[in-house]
Design a protein around this ligand. Structure first.
Ligand code: HEC
Ligand code: HEC
Length: 145
């Protein structure tokens, strides 16, 4: 099953909160049993091949990234993602334009360029990854009326 790591984390946190310490002990992180300052031996961060987009599960879900992001750096002066996804570049690159929400500041004022709130794409968008769920997840999207 394809899976969203951020969602897994949220589910794990939620579960441990609900289930108390005992549930927390059972859930091993995707990194394995390795402390934060050590390098994880889990080889799960190699870039995935480009693939079909996975449909979104709910309306405001940040879509998963269906392509490799290797070398797509975001620096103070240059955002490689916007090199393809900006409204000016999207037609030429065939990338989906970033959503209109990405040009709004926190007062909903429209900006010329990507909003600083949306500058770090990977805060919300993660590449698709075929990872085994850490905990069972029975989430189902609401059916459309
Ligand atoms: C070289 C051009 C290029 C770059 C650079 C690029 N993308 Fe993309 N991206 C695309 C294209 C083309 C698609 C559409 C693929 C498709 O529809 O099959 C896409 C699709 C996506 C989607 C899925 C949109 C949807 O509606 O499902 C997301 C999210 C995304 N990219 C995020 C990113 C992020 C984040 C970065 C930077 C880390 C990035 N992209 C860099 C070309 C690019
Ligand atoms: C704070 C979270 C957040 C950040 C940061 C963010 N996005 Fe998004 N993105 C979303 C959400 C949520 C959606 C879907 C809802 C919407 O349209 O706003 C989305 C939608 C998209 C879409 C699909 C648009 C469509 O019309 O289907 C693309 C492409 C995209 N983002 C690319 C990017 C890129 C590239 C960046 C970095 C420059 C970025 N996003 C930064 C949350 C974020």
């Amino acid at each position: 099953m394809r899976f969203i790591p951020a969602l897994a984390l949220a589910a794990a946190v939620l579960l441990s909160a609900v289930g108390g310490v005992s549930a927390q002990e059972k859930v091993l992180s995707e990194r394995g049993d390795v402390s934060i300052d050590e390098l994880s031996k889990v080889d799960m961060f190699r870039p995935e091949k480009d693939k079909e987009t996975i449909p979104r599960n709910f309306q405001k879900q940040p879509p998963l990234i269906p392509h490799s992001i290797k070398g797509y750096n975001i620096t103070q002066n240059f955002n490689k993602c916007m090199d393809c996804h900006s409204k000016e570049r999207a037609d030429a690159t065939a990338a989906t334009k970033v959503a209109k929400s990405h040009y709004l500041d926190r007062d909903d004022k429209k900006l010329e360029n990507i909003s600083p709130r949306r500058y770090f794409c990977l805060q919300c968008h993660v590449p698709q990854f075929d990872a085994k769920p850490l905990v069972e997840n029975t989430y189902k999207p609401a059916t459309k009326k």
